[in-house]
Design a protein. Sequence first.
Length: 113
Amino acid sequence: QVQVVESGGGLVQPGGSLTLSCAVSGTTFSARSITWYQQPPGKQRGVVASISAGGRINLVDSVKGRFTISRDNSQSTGFLQMNSLKPEDTGVYYCNSFPNWNWGQGTQVTVSF
């Protein structure tokens, strides 16, 4: 069974940075895409960034120039580097693939003074 564990969230001031990690076990990680999702308070989960098995990257417009997605296949881990954070980046962040694995618990990111 695939297990996904997100980590690295926290409370940060606007303009700050965080790096989220997504550790995946129970699957051939290198053959799968990785997508990071944000679920803002009271809203639905939405795509933030994705990286294909071959390394092709897509970012939503609101995070271009601020967020970087990457992966380390040797560690079966995906990363989301978040810079110049804004209050609207607040939410629970999840990673998954397509077709979906079981969802992890996510990691909370709060951007506030």
